[in-house]
Design a protein around this ligand. Structure first.
Ligand code: ZN
Length: 109
């Protein structure tokens, strides 16, 4: 379904990939909407939209919820503290607080 005009799946066609160099997901499928003539991907409109390391978002959320500090998260995942802070901001703006998220494995990656 198109996230812009909400056209059905019949109006959208597969249109190439976006190459990802890190993480488990190597390619992000892109689509073209025949109705509004816009392109979008499976990540458009999700929590991990435009993130460079979307596979780490559930892990960071879980660690922060368990009481790890931002710097401790960054150290053990070998990412910068700024990345952890950005992911925390995204998670809290989406779900209100980290404590309200029950299961992190259902987060969109
Ligand atoms: Zn559309």
């Amino acid at each position: 379904m198109c996230p812009y005009c909400f056209a059905s799946g019949y109006e959208t066609i597969k249109c190439g990939f976006y190459q990802v160099n890190v993480g488990k997901v190597k390619r992000v499928q892109r689509y073209y909407c025949k109705e509004c003539r816009r392109k979008f991907s499976t990540q458009t409109g999700t929590l991990t939209f435009r993130e460079h390391k979307p596979h780490l978002t559930p892990v960071v959320g879980l660690m922060l919820k368990q009481g790890f500090s931002q710097r401790a998260c960054a150290r053990s995942l070998e990412i910068t503290q700024a990345t952890v802070a950005k992911k925390m901001l995204r998670l809290t703006s989406e779900y209100g607080s980290l404590g309200s998220i029950k299961r992190f494995d259902v987060l969109p990656i």
